[in-house]
Design a protein around this ligand. Structure first.
Ligand code: NAP
Length: 258
């Protein structure tokens, strides 16, 4: 159903997955004309009791070819948007602006050999969409995903990530993929414990992955907690990496989640 303004469509929630008490994903119907590049975000709207609409940006989790749109959210206590969103059910309406946005896309880079995706929390979302794109696997020799959460039960999408190895389209590229979970507030087998900028600084990240960072080869995407994005960008810019601009491609693409 098209709105009067033609700026957004009214979509329907078709599925909700709860990962942890304050962490959930949801799927929406997708307007057939809705186009996006993996890594981009949508603006989602919820109608308030007084009829006004509250809008928030949400990175798209789903693949560009999926018939649905999927998003990954935390519940911000007393948050104007997420506290409403978290009460919605299958069948309820969410508005989706027809434009989509964002430059956390591989098109942002001049060619590189290794794609490093560094996420905290729901900052994982755009990377799932990017990982589900065949072009990503074609374009890079190594694809690295580092995913930092406070507690292990917040490691959402683990099955999808690990399932890429046996995926019918992407399984052939399994040798290119390196996944490293980071759990900062408890011990978890197979995960590192320190924050991403510390793991960069002390060399643990490269050592654990068995791959060196190198501005010639490495293209880095960072998404999540704004302080993490800042601190991580700081490490990279001190080591010779530049942020990609529309007019001047570089090594880094960044997105703050809030
Ligand atoms: P988070 O605090 O972002 O933590 C997720 C991961 O990021 C943890 O491993 C954490 O490590 C790490 N991290 C935090 N700060 C970092 C930094 N400066 N450098 C490197 N790593 C860092 O947790 P979250 O559960 O995803 O979100 C938590 C808070 O964000 C909530 O209180 C929520 O209100 C707020 N939030 C707000 C919005 C919004 O729209 N307003 C949206 C999302 C989240 P540590 O365990 O060491 O901290």
């Amino acid at each position: 159903i098209m709105s009067k303004e033609d700026k957004y469509t009214a979509e329907t929630i078709t599925e909700i997955t709860t990962w942890a008490p304050n962490l959930f994903s949801f799927k929406l119907t997708r307007y057939p004309g809705y186009r996006f590049i993996p890594g981009q975000f949508s603006r989602l709207g919820i109608r308030k009791e007084d009829g006004t609409i509250v809008w928030r940006a949400y990175s798209i989790v789903s693949a560009s070819y999926d018939e649905f749109l999927e998003y990954f959210s935390i519940v911000v206590p007393d948050g104007e948007f997420t506290s409403r969103l978290s009460k919605l059910e299958v069948g309820d309406e969410v508005l989706v602006e027809k434009m989509n946005y964002g430059f956390l896309t591989t098109a942002r880079f001049e060619e590189g050999k290794d794609l490093w995706m560094l996420a905290t929390g729901t900052g994982l979302a755009p990377f799932i969409s990017i990982l589900y794109e065949l072009e990503t696997w074609d374009a890079y020799e190594n694809i690295i995903l580092v995913y930092s959460v406070r507690e292990a039960n917040e490691l959402a999408y683990i099955e999808a990530i690990e399932g890429l190895k046996n995926h019918e389209y992407f399984g052939d590229f399994a040798h290119k993929f390196k996944f490293l979970p980071v759990v900062t507030r408890e011990k978890f087998p197979g995960a590192l414990e320190k924050r991403i900028p510390i793991l960069l600084e002390n060399g643990e990240l490269e050592q654990e992955l068995g791959l060196s960072l190198d501005p010639e080869r490495s293209r880095i995407m960072i998404c999540g907690n704004p302080e993490m994005v800042d601190d991580t960008r700081g490490w990279f810019t001190e080591h010779g990496y530049t942020v990609s601009r529309r007019s001047k491609p570089g090594h880094l693409a960044l997105e703050n989640l809030w």
